[in-house]
Design a protein around this ligand. Structure first.
Ligand code: IPM
Ligand code: MN
Length: 360
């Protein structure tokens, strides 16, 4: 298969981890005879520095002309404590999601046996956790009208959802549940918010088309508690933009490190793959950031193009690296490996047929 991939490695540790994802994709291309062509483009703080715009037109064009986008990370501390900055790196990512219509953000979560004992949560609580969050990504409070009164003392962000916006992601989430454990939990705040009541109404209606899927509802405050109290109860979690943002960071604690969580953002015509972690500026250039979330995002890219054996090969390499403790400091405080070392291990594991790697 021939694929054109736009590479937007962005800020902070983005370039370092994306480089490992490309290394892994190249190993897959070699082994399975695919051609992956990459085209780099700037986004985020680095794009503001270079062009004054967090999402230059040129970048958007490269993305629109590609089969998929590999995204690194976005954000720079110089903007975080400056609430009056008019141009912010995050606007680049939000505009990219909106312009390409990437309405469904898919964030899978599972545990690794060899990491379970390192989690802050109890082993018996998290063992066997395997769920996926379907987060709506191009609407809700993130994209509603924003207002600030002239005297700067009143601010508001509007949360709006249309039936169509709810329906399109709900169908994807139900279809995912059908090939998983056939359970879908809608997370909302329908006891307070009108927009949440519309979600419940539409999702209840749509569920009739998926009668093999069990539908449950949870208020978001309760969901936040249930995710760490009893995470194995979940299969597919469907939720709106901001609740999904918050719950997925919370859920990452179950896996052992936010450096492990991958995501896919899917639209009608475009697809983007990005780690859920941020730009981790403290680690920038130190070769210590965990590349696995970026690599697992590349595995989701392979899945998206139905290259299932290839994706599985990447996941086995990742599992092996975790099992052998060939890990960055977030997972391995003693004798840790660098970002590049982990990437090299994954590449060698993939290219080494019959796993002769271990006998070397
Ligand atoms: C994420 C991030 C983004 C979001 C930020 C960087 C705008 O936190 O992808 O989860 O809030 O969606
Ligand atoms: Mn987030």
């Amino acid at each position: 298969m021939k694929l054109k991939i736009a590479v937007l490695s962005g800020d902070g540790i983005g370039p370092e981890v994306t480089q490992q994802a490309i290394k892994v994709l190249n190993a897959i291309a070699d082994k399975y005879n695919h051609t992956f062509e990459y085209e780099k483009a700037v986004v985020g703080a680095i794009a503001i520095d270079e062009t004054g715009n967090p999402l230059p037109d040129e970048t958007l064009k490269i993305c629109a002309d590609s089969n998929a986008i590999l995204f690194g990370a976005i954000g720079d501390p110089k903007y975080d404590n400056n609430p009056s900055a008019k141009v912010r790196p995050e606007q680049g990512l939000l505009k990219l999601r909106k312009s390409l219509g990437l309405f469904a953000n898919i964030r899978p979560l599972n545990t690794y046996d060899s990491l379970i004992h390192k989690s802050n949560l109890k082993e018996e609580v998290i063992k066997g956790t395997d769920f996926v969050i379907y987060r709506e990504l191009t609407s809700g409070i993130y994209f509603g009208e924003k207002k600030l009164s002239e005297d700067g003392t009143i601010a508001s962000d509007l949360c709006t959802y249309t039936a169509e916006e709810i329906d399109r992601i709900s169908h994807l989430a139900f279809k995912a549940a059908q090939v998983r454990r056939k359970k879908l939990t809608l997370v909302d705040k329908a006891n307070v918010l009108e927009s949440s009541r519309l979600w419940r109404k539409r999702v209840t209606e749509i569920s009739k088309e998926y009668s093999d899927v069990k539908l449950e509802f949870l208020f978001v405050d309760n969901a936040a508690m249930q995710i760490i109290l009893n995470p194995t109860q979940f299969d597919v979690i469907l939720t709106e933009n901001m609740f999904g943002d918050i719950l997925s960071d919370e859920a990452s604690v179950i896996s052992g490190s936010i450096g492990l969580l991958a995501s896919a953002s899917i639209g009608k015509h475009a697809a983007m793959f990005e780690p859920i972690h941020g730009s981790y500026p403290q680690a920038k250039g130190k070769n210590i950031a965990n590349p696995l979330a970026a690599v697992l995002s590349a595995a989701m890219l392979l899945d998206h193009f139905e290259l299932y054996d290839e994706a599985e090969n990447v996941r086995s390499a990742v599992e092996k690296s975790i099992e052998l403790n060939i890990s960055t400091p977030d997972l391995n405080s003693t004798n840790h490996f660098s970002t590049t070392n982990v990437g090299n291990f994954l590449r060698d594991f993939i290219l080494d047929d019959e796993n002769t790697f271990y006998n070397k």
